[in-house]
Design a protein around this ligand. Structure first.
Ligand SMILES: Cc1cc2nc3c(=O)[nH]c(=O)nc-3n(C[C@H](O)[C@H](O)[C@H](O)COP(=O)(O)OP(=O)(O)OC[C@H]3O[C@@H](n4cnc5c(N)ncnc54)[C@H](O)[C@@H]3O)c2cc1C
Length: 500
């Protein structure tokens, strides 16, 4: 038993957890971060080191519309943050297209016949729109026409989500299309380019430069963890939180964490900051939540992801950061070229490193394949899309990432809302932050901003910020009623088990 009663226990040493720890430690508050990974901090933003070759879990661009987030990255890594040019392509029908699309190139490569059909199908969709678009497919066809939908949207989106575009909600398309597909690219390509100096008006997915840590995103979080420790905070790896009990009489959280050897350690604190998936948290809370709320937690779904990291002899390699693979004949969704992110990702200049990304569900055929089978598949597919010869690959590794994406299905909003209401009335000193911690499909900057605000609430001793008001760009927008409602003082409350 760790006897000290800390100001906060933080579950997860990803961007959200470590940002909260950093903010609290800077203000002298005692924190313990419990991270289940025995080796790495950084969560989905970690960098895996395989024989000195570094692989991201998908390339991680550092760009935020929030000045505070950008400043924090600079404060942590300073000159180790590189400014990198962005270059990406789409592979479709045996051809590589610049992304964002260049209209002339796209027209030439699609050919006059196909281009004409695309324009006609676009005009048809504009003249005969679906007045009640329900699915992703309905929404995109309305915007771009059926032909462009099939060429540039359908395959990649279905690979990412593992379901038909007819099952993905139109809401989702309207909210996230810029992050997943070509909507903004098409507009960008067809309209004259305006150089915007205003961060707020920049379309994030289309930025042409971004920052990136010299040794990958994991470097940011390794340095952040070291700084937290230097300020007196604890960051404990290999600690999986398995139970979270709140004692309302003493206003104390008692947290149990399992170590790699299977023993259980206990920690206590005034506040609990959780970046673990909501589904896990809801099942662990004591006093036990009502069955309906636990059921809502169980209903939240996730999409999983694996990267096959390949080390290849340097030759005529592509120079882009990444290439989207819009080809139904191969299973991979995207290929990363880590040397283009930072040359220091690859220790030997005679080699380069690719990451072939596969979207899957934990336990499905891809997920459970042996590493050797996945590496063989990746080599074969790399050759199929003409990016390298299988024989050029000298070594490889497989990195699996469970719960890489919180799924936005038709019901998730209602479930999250029911859980939020139940938690706020029963557990006043519980703070949900981050991506799976709030079931929000967002980037590091959002995860970090929610953590910064949660830390500020704790330091203030009352809820001065509504963490749920942080938008997908990591910006905090709150006014009027929401602001007033959020100014709740924290004091010991009686927690009722069961009921409601
Ligand atoms: C393919 C891909 C590409 C991406 N590209 C970008 C990009 O270009 N730019 C960008 O900014 N963002 C990108 N992101 C998003 C980014 O990875 C996430 O937004 C960010 O990592 C979320 O941080 P987090 O701390 O909320 O969660 P996570 O990174 O998921 O960290 C949560 C941590 O909690 C730990 N944990 C979970 N349960 C427990 C438990 N019970 N006990 C102890 N520890 C636990 C986990 O091990 C993990 O380390 C990308 C994501 C993916 C999947």
């Amino acid at each position: 038993m760790n006897e000290r009663k800390n100001k906060a226990i933080i579950v997860g040493a990803g961007p959200a957890g470590l940002t909260a720890a950093y903010e609290l430690s800077k203000h002298g508050a005692s924190v313990v971060v419990l991270e289940s990974d025995p080796k790495y901090v950084g969560g989905i933003s970690r960098t895996v080191n395989y024989r000195g070759y570094r692989f991201d879990i998908g390339g991680h661009r550092f760009f935020s519309k929030s000045r505070e987030v950008e400043d924090l990255w600079t404060e942590i890594l300073g000159a180790d943050m590189l400014h990198r040019p962005r270059s990406s392509k789409i592979y479709y029908g045996g051809q590589f297209y610049a992304y964002p699309l260049k209209p002339f190139e796209a027209l030439c490569k699609l050919g006059v016949f196909e281009s004409t059909l695309c324009i006609l199908s676009f005009l048809y969709a504009r003249l005969h729109p679906n007045r009640d678009p329900k699915s992703f497919e309905d929404w995109v066809v309305n915007q771009f026409g059926g032909r462009l939908f099939r060429i540039f949207f359908k395959t990649y989106t279905e690979k990412v989500w593992g379901m038909s575009c007819r099952e993905i909600s139109a809401d989702w398309a309207a909210q996230r299309i810029k992050g997943l597909s070509l909507g903004s690219a098409m507009k960008n390509a067809l309209l004259p380019k305006r150089q915007s100096k205003d961060r707020q008006s920049v379309v994030k997915t289309l930025i042409d430069t971004f920052r990136y840590p010299r040794l990958g995103p994991g470097m940011m979080w390794e340095v952040c963890a070291a700084k937290v420790r230097a300020m007196g905070g604890e960051v404990r790896l290999g600690r999986t939180v398995v139970a979270c009990q709140f004692d309302s009489a003493t206003y104390t959280w008692r947290i149990s964490a399992r170590t790699p050897s299977g023993t259980i350690e206990q920690y206590s604190a005034e506040h609990l900051i959780s970046s673990m998936p909501i589904r896990q948290l809801v099942a662990q809370l004591e006093p036990r939540l009502p069955d309906a709320v636990r059921q809502s937690g169980e209903s939240l779904r996730y999409r999983d992801f694996l990267t096959v990291g390949l080390i290849l002899r340097e030759g005529n390699r592509f120079a882009d950061n990444w290439i989207y693979i819009h080809d139904p004949d191969v299973k991979m969704g995207r290929v990363q070229n880590y040397k283009s992110w930072s040359p220091e990702m690859v220790p030997d200049p005679n080699y380069c490193c690719y990451g072939l990304e596969y979207f899957c569900f934990e336990g499905d055929g891809l997920w459970t394949s042996a590493d050797s089978e996945l590496i063989a598949l990746a080599k074969e597919e790399l050759q199929q899309v003409k990016l390298a010869k299988a024989a050029d690959v000298v070594d490889g590794c497989v990195i699996r990432q469970p719960k890489a994406y919180p799924v936005y299905d038709d019901n998730y909003k209602g479930h999250v809302q029911a859980i939020r209401e139940a938690l706020s009335s029963r557990f006043p000193a519980l703070h949900l932050v981050g991506r799976n911690g709030m079931h929000k499909y967002n980037n590091q900057d959002h995860a970090m901003m929610t953590a910064m605000l949660a830390a500020r609430n704790i330091l203030a001793g009352k809820q001065i910020y509504d963490v749920w008001a942080v938008n997908e760009d990591g910006e905090y927008h709150e006014s009027g009623e929401a602001g007033a409602k959020s100014a709740i003082e924290w004091k010991p409350v009686t927690v009722t088990a069961g009921g409601s």
